[in-house]
Structures are given as structure tokens and as C-alpha cells.
Design a protein around this ligand. Structure first.
Ligand SMILES: [Zn+2]
Length: 504
């Protein structure tokens, strides 16, 4: 596929500038995003991050780029304290529930994907697990030791930040200040307070541990991202994404580990999403002001407070680099917006079914052509989803006006419908039919005006099939049809004039 014409600019945290997007080897794009630590339920803050990068992937693919999207699953090594202290988060959750840490990791990994599926977030091409890449991580530590960028003390291996002068470039910190700042916990083993663990010695009772040249232990959290991103995307790749709060120390450490070992630049563009706040305060586990995705959008089995698409639309209303302030009112407004879009979607789709062929009406053709560049203008501007959404609402408005005009042709309606779906469905990832299930929902989507009448026709059809089965002496089939209808709440009564049906 050839690339569409575009003028995409992205804000690169590394240079603190908007830069023209020029991948290293077009049309290929390598993208890595820090994934979840799987020890608890995801909340709305996580949804923001992964929806943001989902739209980035979607737009790049829409432009014709061949994107390889890698997003890790952290199932080992992420400690409760950033300064290489505290407990492993997964092990701590496992102890509380008295199960093996891997069972915790497995359970929350599944839940994470279920939540993301419901939010219409495309799955990454590769979801590597940290625990599945221990060999590669040990090899990387060995290389850093050999090249003089790391040192070992009693089974712990630390990265020596003084060996990497560029340390602090991404987050704009300098190592000298860090020493004076003393916010980093004192650790007598470290030569410099900013040094960080590559490999941790396993204390007695630590379950997630592996043999290594430095004794039994486990990798530091930052290491997995350097190692797994480079394994699947190469030593230098195009985009690394993640939450702003991970710029330091996580991403800074990733750069140090990768570049010290390879001697090459690690990543061309660093993209960071901002957080979700509640009344100006960060939504997070530590503050206890978070809303889990289970509560917000429910599960397959039970509905949540909002349709998943309402939450998605709410998040897209803010630029990914701005803070999203959560409130009930804002979600209500998003709900109204989503319903408005859904009504336009349904109206356009219905009209398409009934329309007759004919040329595009010139007046509507002109309006359409004038709107088309706005999609690219919005998304080329560092993936400006609020602006893209505004354009989608405009498509909906103009689409409604067009439908109200004198019997528009199939081609005229199609023009608006496909633009609406390209932007709303493909790029922004909104699903306008997703939450409608069951016969009634399906009929509504299909635009059936007479839902009761169609239900009656369908039941009648099944009753006739049952009669045919009985005539052919296939009583098993006849009974199966009766039972299935009974499950759906419909009772059949056989009489001299045939079979009648009623709701039970
Ligand atoms: Zn990471």
C-alpha cells in the first residue's frame, strides 16, 4: 500500500519540539509502549494511555504505514518503591490472595485484554512477558558489566550512571542535582544515588527468581523494556510511548541501558501521554481515587456505569498530552455526544439501504470536499483527537442535513457515510453498534422499524420449521426447536388448527 499524503508532526519529549514524522525505514514503523504491571484491575488512567496510543497506531496504519506494535506485560520486577526498594508488586498481590504470583499475573493479564477489547483498543502485534525474557535480560546485564557500565555488589548488579554522560537528557535532570536532592533512598551498595538495579538478588522466600551468574535473583523493572523492545524492533526504532510519569526514572533508565550496550541511539521519537485527574489530583492507586474499568464499563457478563464507547469518546475529547479531568458531568456529556453520533450513524446506514443510485449532488459534493482535509489537519497535528472529534460531529451534522434534503442518491449518502466511518470507526476507533446485543438490538441496528412484527415473523418461521420436522418424523429436531424457543421465553401450544405461540 502506498502512503497517503500527510504532514504528520509529533511532539518529541527528547527534543521538546514538534517534529516532522520521518520513520527510519518507511513504510515500516516500530512502536513500543510500556504495558501494564499485572497485579490489579486497570482503571480509567490506564484506559487513557492505551486509547491514546491505539489512536496513534490506527492513524499511522490509516496513512499506510506498516506498524509493528509491541507492548510489554510486566509480570516480574516492578517494585512498590521506585528506588529499587520495596516488594515486587505481583508477589505482594499473590501473597494477599495466597496464590502463585504467576496466577495473579495470568488473571490480570486476561482482565487487561478483556477491558481493552471492550474499549475497542486493538491488540498489540507482540505482547512480550518480562518473565519470558530472563535469558535475554541476563545477557544484557552481562554486556553492560563487560563494557564497564555496571558493577556487582553481593548478588545485585547496578547501572553506573557516571559511565553514561547523557543520563538525564530525556527528563531534563542532571546527575549532580539528584545527589543534592536526596529524594532517592540511600542505598549503601550504590556508588551514586542515581545508580539503579539491573539485577536484584532474591531474598529468602522470594518466589519469582532465576539462576544467574550473580546468584539467584530477578531483573530490575527498567531492564525488560530495553531488552524486549530491542529484541523485536531492533537496536534503534521509531517511537517509544508511555505515561509522562514514567519519563523518570523508567524511560531515562531504558535509554541508558540500551545506548550504553549498543552504542547507538535507542529511540527516535519519545511520546508521552498525560494523566487522568479528579478535581485536579492524579487518579491513581496510591491516592485511592480511582475508578476501575470493571466499575466504569462493566464486563462481558454485567454492564458497568457507562457504555465502553462513552468512556472512549470522553478520553478522546482531550489531547493525549493534556490532563483529562474526570467528573460525572463530563461523562454524561460524553454520553449525549455518543448518542448523537450513534443516531447519525444509524440514520445514514438506514438511508443507504433505501437509496437509489445516482450522481453525487454537486452542492453536497462541494461541502464534503471542503471538510475532507480537516481530518488530516487534525490528526497530523500530533494526533489531535479533540479536533478530529469536532470534525466527526460536523460530518454527523452535515450528514443529517443532507438526509433531510430532497431524496439524496446512494452515492451522495455513501460519501458521507464512508467519511464518517473512516474517521469515527477506523481512526478514532468508535464502535457505533458494539453494545447492542440480542435480537432486539440486532433488529435496531438493521434499522427494523417494526421490531415486534419482525420478532413475530421469526418465531413463525421457527414454528413452521418445527412442523416440517414433525412431518418428517424428526422429533429430536422438533423438540430442540421448541426447547430453544422456551429458553428465549416463548411457549408453543399445539391445537387442532396448528401451533400458536405466546410470551411466557
Ligand atoms: Zn517500560
Amino acid at each position: 500500500m502506498t502512503l497517503r499524503e500527510h504532514n504528520l508532526r509529533v511532539y518529541n519529549t527528547l527534543t521538546r519540539r514538534l517534529e516532522k514524522f520521518e520513520p527510519l525505514a518507511p513504510p515500516h514503523v516500530g512502536l513500543y509502549v510500556c504495558g501494564p504491571t499485572v497485579y490489579g484491575d486497570a482503571h480509567i488512567g490506564h484506559a487513557k494511555s492505551y486509547i491514546a496510543f491505539d489512536c496513534i497506531v490506527r492513524y499511522l496504519r490509516y496513512l499506510g504505514y506498516d506498524v509493528t506494535y509491541v507492548q510489554n506485560i510486566t509480570d516480574v520486577g516492578h517494585l512498590t518503591d521506585d528506588a529499587d526498594a520495596g516488594e515486587d508488586k505481583v508477589e505482594k498481590a499473590a501473597r494477599a490472595k495466597r496464590v502463585h504470583p504467576m496466577a495473579i499475573a495470568e488473571m490480570y493479564t486476561r482482565r487487561y485484554f478483556e477491558d481493552m477489547d471492550r474499549l475497542n483498543v486493538l491488540r498489540p502485534d507482540i505482547s512480550p512477558r518480562a518473565s519470558g525474557h530472563i535469558v535475554e535480560q541476563i545477557e544484557h546485564v552481562r554486556r553492560l558489566l563487560e563494557t564497564g557500565h555496571a558493577y556487582e555488589v553481593g548478588g545485585n548488579v547496578y547501572f553506573d550512571v557516571s559511565s553514561f554522560p547523557q543520563y538525564g537528557r530525556l527528563s531534563g535532570r542532571n546527575v549532580g542535582e539528584m545527589q543534592a536532592g536526596a529524594r532517592v533512598e540511600v542505598n549503601a551498595e550504590k556508588r551514586h544515588p542515581a545508580d539503579f538495579a539491573l539485577w536484584k538478588r532474591a531474598e529468602p522466600g522470594h518466589i519469582m527468581q532465576w539462576p544467574s551468574p550473580w546468584g539467584p535473583g530477578y531483573p530490575g523493572w527498567h531492564l525488560e523494556c530495553s531488552v524486549m523492545s530491542q529484541k523485536y524492533l531492533g537496536e534503534t526504532f521509531d517511537i517509544h510511548g508511555g505515561g509522562m510519569e514514567n519519563q523518570f526514572p523508567h524511560h531515562e533508565d531504558e535509554i541508558a541501558q540500551a545506548e550504553a550496550a549498543s552504542g547507538k541511539p535507542f529511540v527516535k521519537y519519545w511520546l508521552h501521554n498525560n494523566m487522568v485527574t479528579v478535581g485536579g489530583q492524579k487518579m491513581g492507586k496510591s491516592l485511592g481515587n480511582f475508578i476501575t474499568l470493571e466499575e466504569a464499563i462493566g464486563t462481558q457478563e454485567k454492564p458497568g456505569r457507562w457504555d465502553p464507547m462513552v468512556l472512549r469518546l470522553f478520553i478522546l475529547q482531550t489531547h493525549y498530552r493534556s490532563q483529562t479531568d474526570f467528573s460525572e458531568e463530563a461523562l454524561e456529556a460524553a454520553k449525549e455526544g455518543y448518542e448523537r453520533l450513534s443516531r447519525s450513524y444509524t440514520a445514514l446506514q438506514r438511508a443507504l439501504h433505501g437509496a437509489t443510485e445516482g450522481p453525487v449532488a454537486p452542492a453536497w459534493g462541494e461541502i464534503f470536499e471542503s471538510m475532507k482535509p480537516r481530518v488530516f489537519e487534525a490528526m497530523d497535528d500530533d494526533f489531535n483527537t479533540p479536533l478530529a472529534l469536532a470534525t466527526l460531529f460536523e460530518y454527523a451534522r452535515e450528514g443529517n442535513r443532507m438526509l433531510a434534503s430532497e431524496s439524496p442518491s446512494y452515492q451522495t449518502i455513501q460519501l458521507f457515510f464512508s467519511a464518517f466511518m473512516d474517521l469515527g470507526g477506523y481512526i478514532l476507533g468508535l464502535d457505533f453498534a458494539g453494545e447492542k446485543t440480542g435480537l432486539k438490538g440486532v433488529l435496531e441496528i438493521a434499522g427494523a422499524r417494526d421490531v415486534e412484527g419482525v420478532t413475530s415473523a421469526l418465531v413463525r418461521g421457527l414454528v413452521d420449521l418445527r412442523a416440517d420436522a414433525r412431518k418428517a418424523k424428526d422429533f429430536a429436531q422438533a423438540d430442540a426447536i421448541r426447547d430453544r424457543l422456551a429458553e428465549a421465553g416463548i411457549a408453543l401450544e399445539d391445537g387442532p388448527d396448528g401451533t400458536t405461540w405466546r410470551f411466557k
